[in-house]
Design a protein around this ligand. Structure first.
Ligand code: GRF
Length: 197
């Protein structure tokens, strides 16, 4: 079964800053006939983001505009205009290394999601794996959540967990959690879009 009653997939825009492996997982998943979203734009604040090359090679429109020299609001307005011009309905943040202005987020309320490499509400922000290790946590993981103006604070809609093993480094955790991210994000986003239209 497909998507909505008319068989139309929801248009998804993905924001990236770097390698874009989560973006690639979302693109890959979107090709399934029963996936409720279609990736129509990949946008970045980093014109050199390697993920942009992957998106282009996959035949997806890309947009890049550096944030350098711009206020946060001015840059967000440029990204917002690109998303709206393309006809985006949902936005997926996938390694977008910019804090978004509250005005931007308000404009996409309930239509913008993020993947974060921790078991939220633990370890908002950066260096999540090192912080989980330093705390002596027995497990780590990743969370898909709605984006609200407060950093990494919106409702968590899905999580994946892995055990922390003796001798694990932050790099070990990152390497074991990343495949979980690639599985979780497409699945959680599809479920969210199916439920919300
Ligand atoms: C991922 O670990 C994601 O959870 C975090 O930033 C990283 C992005 O990696 N938000 P990639 O660009 O998707 O490969």
């Amino acid at each position: 079964m497909v998507v909505d009653a008319s068989g139309v997939k929801a248009s998804l825009g993905i924001l990236i800053s770097g390698r874009g492996s989560n973006m690639a997982a979302l693109i890959e998943a979107s090709r399934a006939a029963d996936c409720p979203y279609e990736v129509i734009l990949v946008a970045s604040n980093n014109p050199d983001a390697p993920g942009l090359d992957f998106a282009r090679a996959a035949g997806i429109a890309t947009f890049a505009h550096s944030h350098k020299g711009l206020t946060r609001e001015a840059h967000d307005a440029i990204i917002d205009a690109a998303l709206r011009e393309a006809g985006v309905r949902y936005v997926a943040l996938a390694g977008y290394m910019r804090i978004l202005s509250s005005g931007f987020i308000a404009g996409w309320a309930d239509h913008i999601l993020n993947i974060h490499p921790s078991l939220l509400p633990k370890y908002k922000g950066l260096d999540t794996h090192a912080r989980a290790l330093a705390a002596g946590d027995p497990e780590a993981g990743c969370s898909v959540h709605l984006v609200t103006p407060e950093l990494d604070d919106g409702e968590v809609i899905a999580q994946a967990r892995i055990p922390i093993l003796p001798g694990d480094s932050a790099a070990d955790l990152a390497a074991r959690i990343l495949p979980e991210e690639h599985r979780l994000y497409p699945e959680a986003l599809a479920a969210y879009i199916r439920a919300h239209g």
